[in-house]
Design a protein around this ligand. Structure first.
Ligand SMILES: NC(=O)c1ccc[n+]([C@@H]2O[C@H](COP(=O)([O-])OP(=O)(O)OC[C@H]3O[C@@H](n4cnc5c(N)ncnc54)[C@H](O)[C@@H]3O)[C@@H](O)[C@H]2O)c1
Length: 466
């Protein structure tokens, strides 16, 4: 994974001019027209830090390395001073990268809390089922926290974390990274400035992309909802969160349909075998062939902990395909996550939203359509077009990024600022608002399983916070 922070202020502002009928319109003029003074690439609240924030990473896997990567690029803002990671190779690689002293390298999260507090904060990037206990313990010991989503796999645990955070008053940032992506920030600024009038409804889609689906939710870490979290939480809490944030009204009712249609034994092709390496007769024509994805195309290899020497990769990958879930047939896994689902939502003021999560797409990148009384917005995570009904003018905004629309490291910057200045208002995705969008996901899952329309209920105390 590239550690390069791809968006610089210099390359970020790429204004496109687009002809629609006889109209040409410039983005800067639009921003000025709606009184948007600062651009979305700078948080005006940021101030210089007196000293770098210090943090301990719990779970040095994929996400732990993304957040750790921020400190490599910005050592004056963040220093990683401890790690808990049971995988010896990951622990060693991460510790060397961050020069973590021997006594601060731990094999599991519990051990971190057996010694005196030695950092400002912890970053919790352990698997979904290992968020609650470390988070509660860290709060008790006075650490500020960056917590990977989902906050926790059950509603009760989310509420317990919220209650504890209110009690201790520590900063808890939740990794709803899309809120920090310039694409969504720009849309949010426009909605706040009334650029399309009153928001009437939203249509939002998460195209997972078929190989990504097979990798993460059929073969990978999140294939079994009971061992991790339902996909509506594990994948789409980002979407319930972004919809809630853009609409800026409380959700009242939710209804969800969806199921696992394709990745099951009924659809196993004739001649297929338990593993792609077992002499499967259709391996060469199967879009989900593990040999094709991992061995021949060398994609998504970050899960394999491969040796430094690339000459050893061929054998190492083959070996893993013969022994881990990543080599198993997608039609013969013990997976249970739906591969398509739709959610209908009603918010206060009768604003409606429709969301769909789709595995079977050739593309990724969330699709957004926002319908307002005076205009609309249509976007695909890189580009959006805003049309004004009064003038007919259309404005295009465009930015190419990676890593969650450029949100990963922007979240880090805001979180580091929040902890460094002890000012939670610097964070867009604090715990209170994040719990609400999780409750939306839990309600959607109840609706899907019970065929009901579910209310989204916040407790009185929680209600005051959102
Ligand atoms: N914000 C996002 O967009 C986003 C994207 C992907 C994943 N996630 C979430 O981030 C979290 C981590 O996901 P990941 O993709 O990095 O997974 P991962 O498997 O790559 O990393 C998790 C790490 O935690 C380690 N671990 C396991 N038990 C531990 C213990 N007892 N103590 C300390 N570490 C332990 C594992 O060995 C592993 O290295 C998950 O909750 C996941 O849902 C969030």
């Amino acid at each position: 994974m590239s550690l390069r922070y791809l968006i610089s202020k210099r390359n970020a502002l790429r204004f496109l001019r687009l002809a629609t009928g006889s109209f040409l319109f410039d983005w800067k003029e639009v921003a000025a027209m709606f009184g948007i003074k600062h651009d979305v690439y700078e948080n005006p609240l940021h101030r210089p830090l007196e000293k770098p924030v210090t943090a301990i990473i719990l779970g040095a896997g994929n996400r732990g390395n993304v957040y750790g990567g921020y400190s490599i690029l910005h050592p004056d803002e963040l220093q990683i001073v401890g790690v808990a990671e049971p995988n010896a190779l990951r622990n060693e690689r991460f510790s060397s990268m961050h020069n973590i002293e021997e006594s601060k390298r731990f094999t599991s999260w519990e051990k971190v809390f057996e010694v005196d507090k030695f950092a400002d904060a912890v970053i919790i990037s352990t698997p979904d089922n290992l968020h609650t206990e470390p988070c509660l313990r860290a709060l008790e010991l006075g650490y500020d926290i960056l917590l990977e989503k989902p906050i926790a796999p059950t509603e009760e645990e989310c509420r317990a974390i919220l209650a504890k955070a209110h009690e201790t008053n520590n900063i808890v940032g939740v990794c709803h990274v899309l809120r920090y992506a310039p694409y969504f920030r720009q849309i949010k600024e426009l909605l706040n400035a009334n650029a399309i009038g009153k928001v009437i409804s939203v249509q939002h889609m998460e195209p997972i992309e078929h190989i990504h689906m097979s990798h993460s939710y059929v073969r990978g870490n999140w294939h079994n909802s009971k061992k991790t979290a339902p996909i509506i939480l594990a994948k789409s809490c980002h979407d319930t969160d972004i919809i809630r944030w853009l609409i800026d009204q409380q959700t009242e009712q939710i209804q969800c349909f969806g199921n696992l249609s394709w990745f099951n034994s009924k659809n196993a092709p004739e001649g297929s075998t338990h593993r792609c390496t077992d002499g499967c007769k259709i391996e060469h024509e199967c879009p989900y062939s593990a040999l094709q994805i991992y061995h021949r195309d060398k994609k998504r290899l970050y899960v394999f902990d491969l040796p430094e020497d690339k000459d050893e990769w061929e054998d190492a990958i083959l070996q893993q395909l013969k022994t881990t879930d990543y080599g198993r047939c997608v039609y013969r896994m013990d997976n249970d996550q739906p591969d398509h689902l739709t959610i209908n939502m009603r918010f206060k003021q009768n604003i409606t939203a429709a969301f769909s999560m789709e595995a079977f797409t050739s593309y990724e990148g969330r699709r957004t359509r926002i319908m307002g009384s005076m205009g609309d917005l249509v976007g695909d995570m890189e580009t959006f077009a805003m049309t004004n009904f009064q003038t007919g003018k259309k404005t295009m905004w465009s930015l190419k990024t990676d890593s969650h629309g450029g949100g990963d490291h922007r979240l880090m910057k805001d979180w580091v600022q929040a902890v460094g200045h002890q000012d939670p208002s610097m964070l867009s995705s604090g715990l209170d608002v994040s719990v609400e969008s999780h409750l939306m996901a839990f309600a959607a899952e109840r609706s899907r399983l019970n065929n009901t329309i579910e209310p989204v209920t916040l407790m009185k105390k929680e209600l005051a916070m959102v």
